[in-house]
Each structure stands twice: as C-alpha cells, then as structure tokens.
Design a protein around this ligand. Sequence first.
Ligand SMILES: [Zn+2]
Length: 59
Amino acid sequence: MFKALGQCSICKKEYTSRRVGVKPGEIVHICRDCLKKARGNFFSFIRTVILVKLTQGHF
Ligand SMILES: [Zn+2]
C-alpha cells in the first residue's frame, strides 16, 4: 500500500501519512501531535473528528 499524505483532520496544519479508520470506508488523517492528545481518550477523539467533518459538510 502506498502512503498518501493528507491534511490532519483535527488541526488542519500538519500533513501526515498516519491514518485512522473512524468507521468502514471512512479514514481520516491525523498528525502525531493530535494522536498524542487523543491517546487514552479515543472515543472522544472520534467524536471530535465526526463533528469536524460534519462542520465541513463532508457527509
Ligand atoms: Zn493535527
């Protein structure tokens, strides 16, 4: 699998190849800083991602 760079869905600043599957077919990019913040609070993180995407009208 190739590594595609994508904009971090949380902070919109970093570009990263790190990706997280939120749900089947729904993958978001997340940078190392945001992943660190999300660690131990993963469900809160997922909710944040979904809210961000809703705000952007990606659904
Ligand atoms: Zn980030």
